[in-house]
Design a binder for this molecule. Structure first.
Ligand code: SIN
Length: 308
């Protein structure tokens, strides 16, 4: 399933890696340009569907809903072994987490991407597609995964950590789930695979415009309570605070968050730290184990969907 991104991006010059337009080539066009695709498929058939065509910084809930609905459709087919999704790198981790929460399946769903546009002298998209196909065809592959620069990441841990280099993703302390080397998948430890979220199925049917409104609020030096008050006045249903260190929150924000909670807004705290997770019991309820604020936003939104 194609959704756009740099992998489908084009630039005026082959030397240009930054001034390009994402989401220009269709997914079939992309695949037609991947050398060795037939060998990678080893006789399996690849069916393509263009689900969206956007720069993933502009990803929205309506597109997520269509992606999930089409995912459910394809995964239900007995002869479909798994799905590869081409996606922009900027919000790939959020889409991966959303799908992980929603798709009740043991079949693999592998998101892949590129840091260089398709028109680059040496694009990284084709190799990432070949690697994603190797992963989706691997009998040990389960759940929602991301494949980039030869590394396999879980939806839970993957995070974009670099704005430019080809190996732009990390799984932090958890480390990658595995590697793809010359078309061969090497898992660190297949371990326990995450399960879907209890309420997430609701996101398949409920109009995206009605999904509970949840925002991320950063806590930082000089933080101002007015951002929280403004969101509450505008009707926000949930707030995830990107807290400092071990889930601490600037005192100015704290007062406004307590007020928001009193008014029925669900408040969770995540940490701004790139690694580790909140230890102990901060005064605010913590985001689910180790999720960054943006994935915690997805989880809280799905939680609240189950409560209406
Ligand atoms: C995007 O996220 O769609 C653009 C950036 C990228 O794919 O690297």
């Amino acid at each position: 399933m194609g959704t756009g991104g740099t992998i489908a991006g084009t630039a005026a010059s082959a030397a240009d890696h930054t001034a390009y337009t994402a989401g220009q080539l269709g997914v079939q066009q992309l695949l037609d340009a991947v050398p060795g695709l037939g060998d990678a498929l080893q006789g399996d058939q690849l069916v393509c569907e263009q689900v969206a065509q956007l720069d993933s910084k502009d990803m929205d809930h309506a597109t997520w809903q269509v992606l999930a609905q089409r995912g459910v459709h394809w995964l239900a087919q007995a002869d479909v072994g798994g799905i590869v999704i081409t996606h922009g790198t900027d919000t790939l981790e959020e889409t991966a987490w959303f799908l992980q929460m929603l798709l009740h399946t043991h079949k693999p769903v592998v998101l892949t991407c590129a840091m260089r546009p398709a028109t680059a002298l040496s694009p990284d998209g084709p190799q990432n597609v070949i690697d994603a196909i190797a992963v989706v065809r691997d009998p040990m592959a389960r759940g929602v995964l991301a494949v980039c620069a030869g590394r396999i990441h879980s939806a839970r841990d993957v995070q974009k950590v670099h704005p430019y280099r080809l190996d732009a993703f990390s799984s932090g302390e958890a480390g990658p789930r595995g590697w793809v080397e010359q078309g061969v998948v090497r898992w660190t430890d297949p371990g326990a695979w995450p399960v879907a979220h209890a309420h997430a199925q609701l996101a398949l049917g409920q109009p995206a415009a009605d999904w509970p409104w949840v925002e991320v609020v950063p806590s930082h030096a000089g933080a101002d309570a007015r951002q929280v008050d403004a969101l509450v006045a505008a009707g926000v249903k949930g707030l995830v605070v990107a807290g400092t260190g071990n889930g601490t929150v600037h005192q100015a924000l704290w007062v406004a968050l307590a007020r928001a909670q009193d008014q029925g807004v669900a408040v969770r705290v995540a940490t701004r730290c790139a690694e580790g997770q909140i230890v102990g019991q901060p005064a605010l309820q913590t985001a689910p184990r180790g999720l960054n604020a943006y994935k915690a936003r997805v989880s809280l939104m799905l939680d609240l969907m189950g409560q209406v």
